[in-house]
Ligand binder design. Sequence first.
Ligand code: ADP
Length: 485
Amino acid sequence: MFFTAAELTPIAKVGGLADVAGALPKALKKLGVDVRIAIPKYGIVDENKYPLIKVAENVSVPFEGKEETVTIYQTPLPGSDVPVYLIDHKKYLGDNGVYFEQDASSGGTDREAERFTFFARSSLSIFNAINWYPQIVHCQDWHAGMMPVILKILSAHDNNYSQIKTMLTIHNLEYQGWYSAQTIFNALGIDENSYPTLSEQRNGKISSLQQAILASDLLNTVSPTYAQEILTKEYGAGLESSLKKRKSDLIGILNGIDVEVFNPETDRSIIKNYSLTNIAGKSDCKADLQKICGLKPDPKIPILGIVSRLANQKGIDLIYNIADDLAKENVQFVLLGTGSPQLEKMMTEISTRYPDKMFAQIEFNAQLAQKIYAGSDIFLMPSRFEPCGLGQLISLRYGTIPIVRATGGLKDTITDYRTNPEKGNGFVFEKYETADFFQTLKEAIDLYSNDPKAWTNLIRTAMSFDPSWTAAAKQYLQLYKKLLN
Ligand code: ADP
């Protein structure tokens, strides 16, 4: 099985997509699947950290009317024996980090379209060179989404390709890769008549994700609730009709997290390790976080943490709206995130307004992220929509109680303590409204401050949640079997 993604933890991470690509293949390998990963060899890939072995060179890739050539490197996925192929092509894949644009949803530059169309095309060219044809190509999101489309085109002439089944996992419908259809036709050397669904255009642009949805043999998304939500206008991001056409081939499988990486018992990013049975170290982590953030070193003040991309989806505007009211409470607030310049500015602004209570670090920092997961008491994820969400799963694992909105994977993983004190592992609010969010937050703060026993029990319930990939990997295996039958 050939697993393709734009991001891969720890080699090239931007968000949760990287975590999935770094963990699901490992879990599949444990189930006996011959899984191999392909990603572009971006400029940011650190060759000192990941030993790259050249496995093929001068592999020919037809693109934009020319014969391009790529070199293929291989490295094991850290912590496993899953091979990762890195496709090296200076012009299309080698520059910069993963994405050229912050927000690829609204239609991007041709450069991004070329990068990922080239990635898809070249990924399909390497099988001969590595002497291995997969039975299944499993594509993640729109970046790899042109693969099923190109495979359909190639299959018409080449038997090696016609045997390969395709599966698409949708991690986030908002990012679709809207690009000039002509750029893509030119890149692939086809016209729109060569492939019927390429005629789905809007003002001369096509959504790479929509093409993938229409062309893949099987589809899934990353939580059962999101799989339902995206069939509606509210959550469908304009693709609800295409998705409805594929409804019988679309299911939701909840993501897991890599429980070896995200483990408070062994995590080397945090000052003191702890576990469900010996939780004392969590207060050291809290003291450490207060010190790092220049906050009052008081173990009794609850810390509200956030680690997030700063994107419209994530409910950052709700945080901004409650800042003044929050500052009146006996709490501390710690945020780590990067993304939209406007949201970055808003978060920096509230931290400057209340420097004793609020701290905002605008950067990507994997180590600080772990310190926040471990050192906070409460984790905020008031998302407008959330396909699965990993932040709430990581925070559960670190005994940090999530407050989430009832959407997508947040709804599928977090049970509200107020309505179900037995099984509750967090707090859930329904409406995307400031008042609803703040009321829920206040009730959580009240419980923390006034009922330490109940809070400790809540931590235990949270840490008992199994966020591993074990169950999900079995479900994926079922889908692969279905594809092959
Ligand atoms: P999304 O994929 O939409 O960004 P998820 O919750 O699924 O959201 O996954 C986000 C992942 O990225 C988590 O592992 C989170 O800890 C990490 N992350 C997000 N922003 C940062 C940051 N600024 N620094 C470090 N890690 C981050």
